[in-house]
Design a protein around this ligand. Structure first.
Ligand code: 5GP
Length: 130
């Protein structure tokens, strides 16, 4: 069965899309740890990030770097943190999270942003992707 992220990539489930190319897709996390929290995924469905082959892994990281640079331009923050968890969704993904301190990376405390806020953030980050 297709993962929830494959369904998002295929447009069967809506998302706040940030960017895509032929091999990768980026969209806002629906339950963000911080405003601008973005998930970067390979279109090829592999369960776990560290099971990607080397080429897929490096290529995903390079795509994540482009997205991180765009988030940086839109969300005031000191750094874009990267996390790999993968306990909930068995489709390899990288979390990109704007942070000002270590405490901003607390996955136990998710935020609820309005549809309008999510839309606006996604549009701004998307426009900043080069
Ligand atoms: P992990 O697998 O890394 O533990 O967590 C998966 C992440 O995907 C969580 O942060 C969760 O909020 C996010 N997520 C789960 N389902 C959806 C969804 O349907 N849409 C979006 N945009 N994010 C999701």
């Amino acid at each position: 069965m297709a993962s929830i992220f494959t369904k998002i990539i295929n447009g069967e489930i809506p998302c706040y899309k940030i960017a895509e190319d032929d091999r990768h897709f980026a969209f806002l996390d629906i339950n963000p740890v911080a405003a601008g929290h973005t998930l970067v995924v390979p279109k090829h469905e592999v369960s776990y990030l560290f099971d990607l082959d080397d080429d897929e892994y490096v290529s995903l990281e390079l795509f994540a770097k482009k997205v991180a640079k765009a988030i940086e331009q839109v969300i005031p923050c000191k750094r874009i943190a990267e996390a790999v968890i993968g306990l909930e969704v068995p489709h390899a993904h990288i979390h990109l999270i704007p942070i000002n301190s270590e405490g901003d990376m607390d996955f136990r405390h998710k935020q609820q942003l309005s549809v309008e806020e999510m839309k606006t953030i996604a549009e701004k980050i998307s426009a900043a992707v080069k």
